[in-house]
Write a protein that binds this ligand. Structure first.
Ligand code: GLC
Length: 860
């Protein structure tokens, strides 16, 4: 009784009496509807006891597809690329010619892949499909598949293999190799290496999650495997949206199994062996992120909720005038709305949103507002009326009764985002927000979450359009959030064709990266969650969704100054850097704990702004190749087994190795530096890897290292993106130490700098500038350094020179020579600019130069 009373008190405090009442009555209504329309079929992903295809009966080849009828089912294998094979298993009652079911995840259709050659051969015991990169062997007696490399070594092979059950469930069992590690699977609350556990595929609102809670908001059914001491890397993408399960050796330590309660057994096998190659293919198949506007890379401040308007104004003034902390985005949570009605403003709290947003724009801020899927069931509310009139809400199986359930506003209807008509309607609704100047939209609660005693969502019987194919929520659930983000982004693109849209989503699925970025939902303000942000961001990146980040400082519970500062130090190297917190928590801004925290927080946020040219280049790389922005070390050092489980340090882009402090009161930590030449970012001390080193890390210091051979572009500190022209760019050169060159390799380090207007799509028409640097070092100690610079693209940055900062050299060079091509196409000598064009401070050499193609710096 006491328990129920305290639930009621807490509930009323958090969600208000009306919503609480709707939530209680919903429990009763739900039962009634279940009786009327039938409940969900309670089914599980089979562990065993499913039917495998068995003996191969025949085979035929047509175009890129090989069809293999077996005793109990038919394989349809399609070779899309030499390293990409789609495997479908159709049970006997399904026609082999059955069309490929529409998939929301796939961005590149079969017809868009150029035909790739392969050889189909038959031996006494097997069929073999051989491409330029792999062999797929199908055993004739069992119908089991094995993927081998061209030397005959196993990349991945079936144990029992794929199969189906009469009730519709599908599964596949494969062997785990002795030293195998697993990564990916979207947003998970575990270590980087996922082996030894089970992971569910069912997007869920956990209402602030614990470590080890599974599943949470955003599942992605792509798994990366790595074994043979890093020599073999591959990916498996299960393209099935029903409730699914991946078991990575929990039930049986040597068996990896995956499956779903319904739908087709359809997976894509992607061979590396480099995991970077796997990611490149996977994101070619499911799409890549669009380049965000540059301001999205700035610092963002949020809380549930900044309100009323005066509070937002104060926040803006605090950033710009009182504390001088750079910031680009202010996020408005649910209280800006009128009674939580989407696409409205609360008339008292925000009487004139257009005017307020214009003022904030004038101060250099961008405004992002939250929009949830639930539309308040209220006939006086235009959006609700319109939705009912147009039939865009999800219904019960009778196709007429709209599904109604409680979220923040109390009872709501839920748009069916799998219907193109709904997406159009929703996209148009975004106009109410863009008209007042809103810059970006934050889609929350889109698992979809529904209030109830336990984490709940729509009943599985609810109908969806599925883009004309029709289906139930059991199939639509996992893609609901992604289709909401799609509707938002398509709307923003229509409304502002010249601007890159911004949509942040909590839920998603394979392919969501084409539409939106994510944040990692409702974490907690404690040290374990700070640590968790690292494996979480890395596994999301390894699942194709690179643009993500945690609520810096933690969402629920209260952050201490130390926790916030340590989290922020890490956060400035994560793709999305936003502080956000719960409705009842105290202020959580960079200055909320006074000194020394404020000064340190400011310094780190300033560092992020100085690194924007570098970070933007990493985003561009990701948009081009799918290579994440935050990367586990194993992506760059796959053959180093030490990196395979390293989860408390990461690479940000090509050059930075970040080793955050994640323990309270810690003032040092150990850091692993893989093979190569490394510099301490703060002191320029040089290290040779591979080595474990012990690093001092007082509160003001984030252990941070730069990889030798890199050129890191840095701009000036700005209070917000575009505050003033970028002016002179610093090029920080970190030469590789000659004594430490990997055998026989050239001592050239290559880096890039990508620039464009940071806002529009003009870069797609050549309005970008890609600069490639080659940093060549010779001698030990370094006696000669050459820095080459090659430019491509039409974008005019307006830059006339650089400040080249050479690290790790303590003496003034004997000579600096260089050449460039002038406007008339003639080769001319580079000038050093100004009287103080060459200076040294005992650790670095600074050169102010005009534009150059090639610089040569020599020491005696
Ligand atoms: C959800 C979101 C959180 C937000 C809150 C109120 O819990 O995850 O970020 O602040 O709803 O909208």
């Amino acid at each position: 009784m006491l328990n129920i009373l305290s639930l009621i008190v807490r509930g009323t405090r958090e969600i208000g009496f009306k919503t609480l009442w709707d939530s209680i009555t919903y429990l009763v209504r739900k039962r009634w509807y279940r009786v009327r329309f039938g409940g969900r079929k309670c089914r599980r992903v089979p562990e065993r006891g499913y039917t495998c295809p068995g003996r191969v009966m025949s085979h035929m080849r047509r175009g890129q597809t090989v069809t293999i009828p077996c005793a109990d089912g038919t394989y349809v294998l399609t070779i899309l690329a030499p390293d990409l094979v789609r495997v479908r298993l159709l049970p006997p009652h399904v026609l082999a010619a059955r069309q490929l079911h529409h998939s929301y995840s796939i961005a590149k259709s079969d017809a868009q892949w150029s035909p790739c050659e392969f050889l189909l051969t038959e031996t006494e015991t097997a069929l073999k499909i051989e491409t330029a990169r792999l062999v797929c062997r199908i055993a004739k007696d069992t119908g089991r598949l094995a993927f081998l490399d061209l030397f005959g070594d196993v990349i991945n092979e079936d144990e029992a293999g794929a199969g189906w059950q009469a009730c519709g469930a599908v599964a596949c069992r494969k062997r785990i190799q002795p030293d195998e590690h697993f990564y990916g699977l979207g947003e998970r609350t575990f270590e980087l290496d996922l082996r030894g556990r089970q992971y569910r595929m069912w997007n869920t609102d956990p209402r602030t999650y614990r470590l080890g809670q599974d599943p949470i908001h955003l599942c992605v059914p792509v798994l990366l495997g790595l074994h043979d001491r890093g020599r073999q890397g591959y990916g498996i993408f299960l393209d099935n949206t029903f409730r699914g399960l991946f078991d990575l050796g929990r039930r049986d330590p040597d068996v990896l199994s995956f499956g779903a309660v319904d739908g087709e057994m359809r997976y894509y096998f992607i061979y590396g062996p480099a995991l970077t190659t796997v990611l490149e293919r996977y994101t070619e198949l499911t799409g890549r992120m669009n380049l965000p506007p540059l301001w999205m890379l700035g610092y963002h401040q949020s809380r549930w909720s900044y309100q009323p308007e005066a509070r937002v104004r104060k926040l803006a003034r605090d950033f710009r005038q009182v504390y001088r902390v750079p910031c680009d985005g202010i996020h408005l949570d649910i209280h800006y709305m009128d009674g939580y009605r989407c696409f409205t403003w609360d008339a008292e709290r925000f009487p004139d949103p257009a005017e307020k947003i214009a003022d904030l724009h004038a101060m250099g801020f961008k405004i992002i507002v939250i929009v949830d899927p639930g539309i308040r069931a209220d006939h006086d509310y235009r959006v609700c009326r319109e939705g009912l009139e147009r039939n865009v809400f999800c219904t019960y199986p009778d196709g007429e009764t709209p599904f109604k359930a409680p979220v923040w506003p109390g009872d709501c209807y839920f748009p069916d985002f799998t219907d193109p008509r709904t997406r159009m309607w929703w996209g148009d609704l975004c106009k109410t927000l863009t008209d007042v100047g809103v810059d970006g939209i934050w889609n929350d609660m889109n698992e979809p979450a529904i209030f109830g005693m336990r984490s709940t969502t729509m009943p599985q019987s609810i109908r969806h359009d599925m883009d004309g194919h029709g289906g139930g929520h059991a199939e639509a659930h996992n893609i609901y959030g992604m289709q909401m983000a799609r509707a938002t982004v398509e709307g923003l693109r229509q409304l502002r064709p010249d601007r890159r849209p911004v949509c942040i989503t909590r839920s998603g699925w394979a392919g969501v990266q084409r539409y939106a970025m994510s944040w990692t939902g409702d974490n907690r303000s404690n040290w374990r969650h700070l640590w968790l942000s690292m494996p979480m961001a890395m596994n999301l990146g390894l699942s194709g969704l690179a643009h993500t980040g945690p609520d810096v400082g933690g969402f629920s519970q209260f952050a201490s100054g130390e926790l916030f500062t340590r989290w922020l130090q890490m956060g400035v190297f994560l793709p999305f850097c936003r502080a956000h917190t719960f409705v009842h928590s105290p202020d959580q801004e960079p200055w909320s704990w006074g000194e020394p925290y404020l000064a340190i927080n400011r310094r780190y946020i300033e560092l992020r702004y100085r690194l924007l040219p570098y970070l933007y280049t990493a985003f561009w790389q990701c948009a081009q190749t799918g290579l994440p922005i935050v990367r586990p070390l194993l992506l760059a050092f796959q053959d180093d087994a030490q990196t395979h489980t390293l989860e408390d340090q990461f690479m940000c882009g090509d050059a930075f190795l970040v080793a955050p402090v994640f323990e309270e009161s810690a003032d040092r930590r150990s850091v692993y530096l893989p093979t190569g030449s490394w510099y301490d970012f703060w002191t320029d001390q040089h290290f040779h890897g591979p080595a474990w080193i012990d690093v001092e890390a007082p509160l003001e210091r984030l252990p941070l290292f730069v990889r030798g051979g890199s050129v890191v572009p840095m701009g000036p500190v700005m209070q917000y993106v575009g505050e003033h022209p970028t002016g002179r760019l610093e090029l920080h050169a970190y030469p590789r130490r000659a004594s430490h060159l990997p055998d026989g390799r050239d001592n050239v380090g290559r880096s890039a700098l990508y620039e464009d207007d940071g806002r529009s799509w003009a870069f797609q028409d050549g309005e970008y500038r890609l600069t490639r640097f080659a940093l060549h070092s010779a001698g030990h100690p370094i006696s000669r350094l050459e820095l080459g610079r090659q430019v491509e693209g039409r974008y005019e940055s307006g830059r006339r020179g650089f400040e080249v900062v050479v690290h790790g050299v303590d003496e003034s060079p004997r000579s600096v020579t260089g050449r460039t091509i002038n406007v008339h196409g003639r080769m001319i000598n580079v000038r050093l600019l100004g009287r103080r064009a060459l200076r040294t401070d005992g650790r670095t050499v600074h050169l102010l130069t005009s534009l150059f193609e090639h610089l040569q710096i020599e020491w005696d």
